[in-house]
Design a binder for this molecule. Structure first.
Ligand code: IPE
Ligand code: IPE
Ligand code: MG
Length: 236
């Protein structure tokens, strides 16, 4: 079972456009999929779930769509937090949160505080998130902390990423068939297993999640080693 699953929730717009609906309706339906995903992940024993909800690049979308997404984020948190809390789900976030509108930021801070003591599943929302920006801000922090070139190693950088305590994802799921990472978790995905499905995000529910887990269980993760080394354990 993967300990950490990361998800690029893509295809809301296409799902809506196929029905000649507004793209926002796709985002609204996509929230149902987030709900289903959280439930399925928690029930499967996944410990960390990171969902790509809004990228740095998504700020470039039309104002109306950006505002609708921010509104949906707020409403999702307001409605879901009591139940998430009841189920032991801790809400967290990664990204340039300062860039979010104040009301969304406040609701997010409230959700994080409200669920801070929950320990069954960490639901990490990637908001205003970009992998390059995350690495850049980590490098900047290294410099301002006085880390010298000689002392700058993977641990020094990793410890300055947005959520250093969360292990790298074991499994990355991307919906809607695109074969790219779109600036998601660039540092953390180094040895992550990738699963891409053509299913659009609003149609990705428990069954599709189980299919992704089944695919993950077939994978042989080698981390650069040989089959023989892996069969004999890491020390071989
Ligand atoms: C993913 O769906 C949600 C966000 C990026 C916020 P899209 O809005 O990217 O939907 P498509 O890819 O245009 O279909
Ligand atoms: C990635 O989807 C971002 C999120 C799912 C939040 P995009 O739709 O923004 O990515 P591209 O543009 O297809 O690469
Ligand atoms: Mg998209």
């Amino acid at each position: 079972m993967p300990r950490h699953v990361a998800v690029i929730m893509d295809g809301n717009g296409r799902w809506a456009r196929r029905r000649h609906w507004n793209r926002v309706r796709g985002h609204r339906e996509g929230i149902e999929s987030v709900r289903a995903l959280v439930r399925a992940a928690r029930d499967s024993g996944v410990r960390f779930l990171t969902v790509y909800a809004f990228s740095t690049e998504n700020w470039g979308r039309p104002d109306r769509e950006v505002q609708a997404l921010m509104g949906l984020l707020r409403r999702f948190l307001q409605v879901e937090v009591p139940e998430l809390k009841g189920k032991g789900v801790r809400v967290r976030s990664i990204g340039d949160i300062a860039r979010l509108p104040p009301d969304a930021r406040e609701t997010l801070a409230w959700a994080e505080a409200e669920t801070a003591a929950c320990g069954d599943l960490d639901l990490c929302l990637a908001l205003s998130y970009g992998g390059r920006q995350e690495i850049l801000q980590a490098v900047r922090r290294c410099l301002s902390d006085g880390v010298t070139a000689d002392a700058l190693d993977e641990d020094a950088l990793r410890s300055r990423l947005y959520a250093p305590d969360i292990p790298d994802p074991d499994l990355l799921i991307r919906t809607s068939g695109e074969l790219r990472v779109s600036n998601f978790l660039l540092w953390q995905l180094a040895y992550t297993e990738i699963y891409v499905t053509d299913t659009l995000w609003p149609e990705f529910r428990e069954e599709q999640f189980r299919e992704a887990l089944a695919s993950y269980r077939q994978r042989a993760r080698r981390f650069g080693l040989t089959d023989e080394q892996c069969a004999g354990g890491r020390q071989a």
